[in-house]
Design a protein around this ligand. Structure first.
Ligand code: 9WN
Length: 428
């Protein structure tokens, strides 16, 4: 029954060579959504899993960046804000022919490709892996070189949208100093608030700042040189970098299958884990915190981003223990028997907002990543408790985009791609 709902959701969101996250809110192709969707498609429509990933990577830029949105040119102007006319990515020398945004999202694609291959290791899957491998390597190279703005071995994100957790309280401090005025938004038409209650979405002031950060990057033709000297938002995110580390681990598994050397991937994976612990682990709070490169300081909010390094198989034991303790604390409520999955923000914080997007609600993709981390580190009891709560959530509310962390009520889009896909993976 549940499985049928998930497959029907994915089928309804399928659009010639990719899956839209939502027909209403997000009618184009999103980068990390496609990776999560491919993980689910591999269980039911393996051929589509590869088309999903390959269509995304066809829009990869010459410099290796994988855009966070690939726009469907058949949709009318105004189908989503900000659309291709706002991004004007053709101003960049490295942009592809496709209409795309110019920023990235967490690189969970190599992991998705590896899991899809493990699920159905057919000749077609092998051929797709061969085609994808050099593109996945280029994606990692872009992040490791052009985006190592801090020089410490981590990639920095230049926009909250790149983190995937757009309005997380993690970004409140660096966002507060981005010059912008909510009135700017009168010049634009927001598309999201026509499809979801404004109280569940980022504010107009958030959007004014999102727009200002894109404008700054766009004015420099989306170049990455001298970002430290001119760009208004520069942070090192634990989830983003944990994804980059896991990507190197996945590439180390893929490499021998495509005739490449896994050694360099293993070395890079070890360097990323080491840099994460060195730069983003805070011994005082015993969790991972993002670093604001404009101040050099760790950001104080204790969000679910801090738990993400658990997905790294080589995370040292003290950090594994610390992250599991943080997840089990009253802030997140992980337990072998738990009613609801982890919220996106510390439940005990005064700025916890159970309805507003990434400021409290529970999301399937983040919980899925934490569950993988628990399994990786031998915490099957906790992983099972988390998985049961995730399945229960969707059984109660449907394939929503996000969920009220206490009542489990569905929020955002009601037929959301990655919720359906990751549910299929949990049910397998
Ligand atoms: C901006 C598509 C995307 C997800 C992000 C989520 C949301 C977009 C938006 O939707 O972001 O990229 O318009 O709010 O925050 O994680 O990839 O599902």
């Amino acid at each position: 029954m549940l499985r049928r709902l998930a497959v029907a959701t994915l089928d309804a969101n399928w659009e010639h060579d990719h899956t839209v996250p939502s027909r209403t809110l997000y009618p184009h192709q999103w980068s990390w959504d496609s990776a999560f969707v491919a993980v689910g498609l591999a269980h039911v429509r393996p051929e589509r899993a590869w088309r999903e990933l390959e269509s995304l990577f066809r829009a990869q830029w010459a410099d290796g960046r994988v855009p966070h949105i690939v726009f469907n040119p058949r949709l009318p102007v105004g189908a989503y804000f900000p659309g291709p006319e706002f991004w004007a990515s053709e101003r960049a020398a490295d942009a592809p022919a496709a209409l795309t945004s110019a920023i990235v999202q967490p690189p969970v694609h190599a992991l998705a490709a590896w899991l899809a291959y493990l699920r159905v290791p057919s000749d077609a899957a092998h051929a797709a892996l061969r085609r994808l491998y050099p593109r996945l390597v280029a994606q990692q190279r872009y992040l490791a070189t052009r985006r190592d703005v801090g020089g410490g071995g981590l990639a920095c994100v230049v926009h909250p949208w790149e983190s995937g957790l757009d309005n997380s309280p993690a970004w409140d401090k660096p966002m507060a100093v981005v010059p912008a005025d909510a009135a700017v938004m009168r010049a634009y038409r927001r598309h999201d608030t026509a499809h979801a209650p404004a109280a569940h979405r980022p504010t107009d002031l958030d959007y004014a700042r999102y727009v200002a950060i894109v404008a700054s990057y766009r004015d420099a033709a989306y170049r990455d040189d001298d970002l430290a000297g001119r760009h208004p938002f520069l942070v090192e995110c634990p989830l983003f970098n944990a994804a980059a580390g896991v990507a190197e681990h996945a590439l180390a598994r893929i490499a021998p299958l495509v005739g490449a050397d896994p050694g360099p991937h293993r070395e890079r994976a070890a360097r990323i884990t080491d840099a994460l612990v060195r730069r983003l682990y805070d011994p005082a709070t015993r969790t991972f915190q993002p670093r604001d490169l404009r101040t050099g300081r760790l950001l104080p909010a204790r969000t679910v981003l801090g738990l993400a390094p658990l997905i790294l198989p080589d995370l040292p034991a003290p950090q594994v223990e610390a992250v599991v303790a943080e997840a089990r604390s009253a802030r997140f409520g992980l337990a072998a028997r738990m009613d609801r999955p982890l919220p996106s923000h510390d439940r005990t914080a005064p700025d916890f907002e159970p309805l507003r997007y990434w400021r409290g609600p529970s999301w399937m993709n983040i919980n899925w990543l934490v569950r993988r981390g628990l399994l990786t580190h031998g915490r099957a009891d906790l992983a099972a408790g988390l998985a049961r709560s995730m399945v229960g959530l969707v059984a109660g509310a449907g394939c929503h985009e996000y969920f009220h962390p206490d009542t489990g009520a569905g929020l955002g889009s009601p037929a959301f791609g990655w919720t359906a896909a990751l549910l299929l993976d949990l049910l397998a």
